[in-house]
Design a binder for this molecule. Structure first.
Ligand SMILES: Cc1cc2nc3c(=O)[nH]c(=O)nc-3n(C[C@H](O)[C@H](O)[C@H](O)COP(=O)(O)OP(=O)(O)OC[C@H]3O[C@@H](n4cnc5c(N)ncnc54)[C@H](O)[C@@H]3O)c2cc1C
Length: 508
């Protein structure tokens, strides 16, 4: 295929996506004043926000719900409802099912693939008012909570009970546990505590016809047939609305340390990871990588305290390593031994390392890593590719993408400003971020399907943890076979024959 015809094909793909959005909305009815009156029979007025009469709010009041975190995707929903319990969610969904109104379930709206905002004027069901802990058993560590509980508030709830949530991410102050489950969020603790497919023990879900599926089990072992809850973990709200979550939390570590290591070249990351695993074994709880360019952005945009000039000099990239365990002396001894080995080696893998000396320093070092996403979005408009590729290929992916954009003449201050990489090395998950002055069809056409083809050439995944949302429906086939997609469609059809639950998301 000639370059010119390939460009036409890519632009066609771009406009196809736009028209797919348009046809999605044509199948559904819009919310009208009768629907609002119906909702008002069982929802207090304060839990309905609408630009329709009788409220007639200005549309700006709905912007926090219609616009996504990156300000990249914009819905035009006229109405947001904020139910307080599963019964109210069920009543709203029953009405939508009868009337053929499309629904978008929404948590903290921190998703990065446009899944939590409408494509057009779907009804938004925001779970923020469902924010109570239902029970906690300090013996088993099992927590049962409403889906709208903010992740950080659950961590705060658990702290006095000496437990922690099995997941942690930079968006913890806003994202909700129901959103985390629905995106199968990974984050910073996956290396130690595994994925939500393992730690979620049960779910309560309102199905697309309004039925409440109560699978809120608190059992760690239950082999009684199909494990339905797994279908909703990572379904991004396309199969039902999660209203309650039962999750296994972990005992809080008695000691935790972190260290930022400055590396002269990326090639040293993998040998360092191997050595860290060997010497730290059970106390290694995080191993995060970020390149120099994104570190500089974090510092520029005030995320964490800068390392000294001396510490960053000559560094191509950094690794943030965390240890956590049960006995401070034991853990510190192991970490110190590793650092000694690294510094004393004939062929050192690292230039320098900064070991946290206080809880404040520990937090500040994590703030750099957790603030990378925010720093990137403060710098410009971010094209975010959250991919799984073999660890050895992390740098190659970033470099190849940068070269490709350069070959298109797009590496300019008024187009693409930065191409950066960071990620969870322990999970093989790279966040490739292209920071541009503006979102433009030209940059999108240069990036897609280029990035997805690159990922597929390494037999990787086009979404390691952020999900598919609306951003990647056309790219699903790079990571899922036709047979898998066909069965996903059948499952969707079974649960949601009218297709009202978050249409246009996940499935092409
Ligand atoms: C600064 C920052 C850092 C991040 N770091 C990470 C990270 O390390 N790892 C990671 O995996 N993600 C990360 N994310 C992405 C995002 O925070 C996660 O995807 C998070 O789990 C989304 O939760 P939410 O409540 O904000 O969901 P939303 O954004 O509101 O929704 C996300 C999707 O889930 C659906 N959904 C939400 N709630 C429900 C529900 N109750 N029932 C059914 N469907 C629902 C929505 O329809 C949508 O499809 C980060 C985002 C930001 C902004």
């Amino acid at each position: 295929m000639s370059l010119a015809s390939r460009r036409v094909a890519r632009l066609a793909a771009f406009s196809l996506r736009r028209s797919a959005h348009a046809s999605t909305s044509a199948r559904y009815n819009s919310v009208n004043a009768d629907d609002i009156a119906h909702f008002s029979k069982f929802l207090p007025t304060s839990t309905i926000l609408s630009t329709l009469p009788p409220q007639s709010l200005p549309s700006s009041e709905l912007s926090p719900f219609n616009d996504d975190w990156m300000n990249k995707y914009h819905g035009q929903s006229t109405t947001v409802v904020r139910p307080r319990n599963a019964l109210e969610v069920s009543e709203v969904v029953k009405r939508c099912n009868e009337r053929g109104i499309a629904i978008v379930p929404q948590g903290g709206n921190t998703g990065l693939v446009g899944g939590g905002v409408p494509i057009k004027d779907e009804l938004l069901i925001n779970l923020g008012n469902m924010n109570k802990v239902r029970s906690f058993d300090p013996v088993s560590g099992i927590l049962v909570a409403d889906a709208g509980c903010v992740l950080e508030s659950l961590s705060e709830y658990l702290a006095p009970h000496n437990h922690i949530m099995p997941l942690d991410l930079g968006a913890k102050g806003s994202c909700q546990i129901g959103g985390n489950v629905s995106t199968n969020a990974g984050g910073l603790r996956l290396l130690r505590y595994g994925s939500l497919h393992g730690s979620v023990l049960g779910l309560e879900v309102v199905l697309p016809d309004g039925t409440i599926l109560d699978q809120l089990s608190t059992l760690r072992k239950d082999n009684t047939g199909y494990d339905l809850k797994q279908l909703f973990i990572g379904a991004e709200g396309t199969l039902g609305i999660v209203t309650g979550v039962s999750i296994l939390t972990a005992p809080a570590p008695q000691s935790a340390s972190n260290v930022i290591l400055a590396l002269p070249k990326f090639e040293n990351v993998l040998p360092l990871f191997v050595q860290a695993k060997r010497q730290l074994s059970e106390i290694l709880s995080a191993f995060e990588f970020f390149d120099r360019e994104v570190y500089d952005l974090a510092i520029k945009h005030g995320q964490g305290r800068a390392l000294s000039e001396e510490d960053v000099e000559g560094a191509e990239c950094f690794v943030l390593m965390e240890t956590s365990g049960g006995k401070r002396e034991h853990d510190e001894e192991k970490l110190n031994q590793l650092l000694e080995t690294l510094f004393e080696s004939d062929k050192p893998l690292i230039n320098t390392g900064v070991l946290s000396q206080s809880p404040a320093q520990f937090a500040s070092m994590w703030a750099i890593r957790e603030g990378l996403t925010e720093a990137v979005s403060k710098e410009g408009k971010a094209y975010k590719y959250d991919i799984s590729v073999p660890l050895a290929k992390f740098k190659e992916v970033v470099d190849t993408t940068r070269e490709h954009l350069g070959s298109k003449g797009l590496l300019r201050d008024d187009a693409v400003k930065h191409v950066v990489g960071y990620g969870h090395v322990g999970d093989g998950n790279l966040h490739l971020n292209v920071v541009a002055a503006a979102y433009t069809p030209e940059i999108e056409a240069a990036l897609e399907p280029f990035v997805y083809e690159l990922v597929a050439s390494y037999k990787g995944s086009v979404s390691a943890e952020h999900g598919i949302g609306v951003m990647k429906t056309h790219a699903l086939h790079y990571s899922k076979s036709n047979v898998s997609i066909e069965w996903m469609k059948r499952i969707k059809q079974l649960f949601d024959p009218k297709g009202i639950m978050n249409p246009g998301k996940v499935l092409p």
